[in-house]
Design a protein around this ligand. Sequence first.
Ligand SMILES: [Zn+2]
Length: 101
Amino acid sequence: MEDPHKITCQEAVELVTDYLENQLLPEIRMEFEQHIASCPGCTNYLHQMEQSIRLLRTLADDGIPAETQHKLLAAFRNSNNGNAVKTAPHHAADSPEDRRE
Ligand SMILES: [Zn+2]
């Protein structure tokens, strides 16, 4: 029997961006925070998303339009959906593969 009042890791992962944007309902936010408090994997994921969003905000300062930011954010969400304990892939523009000699 599953406890209906507890959210799963997958649900927590899906809620991370809304949580960071303060778009969760208070009771969902509470359940999310309870899950985070007891789940190192999701805590780690939350921190990664925090950094990703901070990076997006930095890009925004460089003139990246909000629409592009939302697309990037959606890409982050999709690429990490259900992989709470996995390290988030870096989508930095200066990945080693792209570097020329
Ligand atoms: Zn979790």
